[in-house]
Design a protein around this ligand. Structure first.
Ligand code: F6R
Length: 255
């Protein structure tokens, strides 16, 4: 894991945007895994302002609420089009977001997995992290080998996400999410976390034991993960000084 600690979210998101931009310039038909939520908003804004060609890029989103149609204002379909896709020249046919209205959920989920494989697998997966360590909507105690499937959201996640709805009761109880096994197959992962509310989950994910109780901790077993943090999100890391030192002293060829 490479832990990159920056003063504020903008500085951390800028590094993340440069990583994505470098991939797209090198591989114009890259396959990106994307997240929703507050965390990647700055990254999406910065990417939209860069001069990048998205025509051949394919995207797969991590998750969607069950029961929300794509046109629902709080659906992740709306979120992605509103906050990102409408601002870049991505081709609609290359955008994949789980269908929260799928009639046959298990069938849809296995089809989603097939589509990821057919696209050549995910080159880079963007991730946020929940205050309880969830990635995608893989809540604590999710199987670390899980694939795309239906999950029940925890009370905490529904409470956290209630700010986007008119109240907690409006937040759907179920979602479709890529599994942890699905995420782990991405060739590279880029986890972003900002704010003190994420500090405990980040410390557990980076320095704690690998445990299903902090699903993000499985990323310790992934060969290519970058973690972009602001200072408050990094506040509980025991080895923060070392991570800063490593980043500041990279050999030239690695910068
Ligand atoms: C959303 C997702 C979730 C969020 C997490 C953090 O697609 O995968 O894991 O990344 O809930 O959400 P924010 O960024 O709103 O704090």
């Amino acid at each position: 894991m490479e832990i990159i600690i920056q003063k504020n979210p903008a500085a951390a998101a800028e590094i993340a945007a440069r990583i994505v931009a470098r991939l797209l310039r090198k591989k114009p038909n890259a396959v990106l895994g994307l997240a929703t939520g507050a965390t990647p908003l700055l990254l999406y804004k910065m990417l939209a302002e860069m001069n990048l060609d998205w025509r051949r890029v394919a995207t797969f989103n991590l998750d969607e609420y069950v029961g929300l149609p794509p046109e629902h204002p709080q659906s992740y379909h709306q979120f992605m089009w509103e906050n990102f896709f409408r601002r870049v020249n991505v081709a609609k046919k290359n955008v994949h977001i789980p269908d929260g209205m799928a009639r046959d959920v298990p069938k849809f989920c296995s089809q989603y997995e097939k589509e990821i494989r057919a696209a050549g697998g995910i080159d880079l997966q963007v991730l946020g992290i929940g205050g309880d360590g969830h990635v995608g909507f893989n809540e604590p105690a999710s199987s670390l080998a899980s694939r795309t499937r239906i999950k029940t959201l925890t009370r905490r996640t529904r409470r956290d996400n209630a700010r986007f709805f008119s109240g907690e009761d409006e937040v759907p109880r179920h979602c479709i999410t890529m599994g942890i096994g699905t995420i782990m197959e991405a060739r590279q992962c880029l986890l972003l976390a900002f704010g003190h509310r994420k500090a405990r989950a980040v410390a557990g994910a980076v320095e704690g034991p690998v445990t299903a109780m902090n699903p993000a901790s499985i990323l310790q077993m992934h060969p290519a993960v970058k973690v972009c943090l602001d200072e408050p999100a990094a506040a509980r890391l025991k080895r923060a000084r070392y991570y800063r030192w490593v980043y500041a002293n990279k050999p030239d060829w690695q910068k």
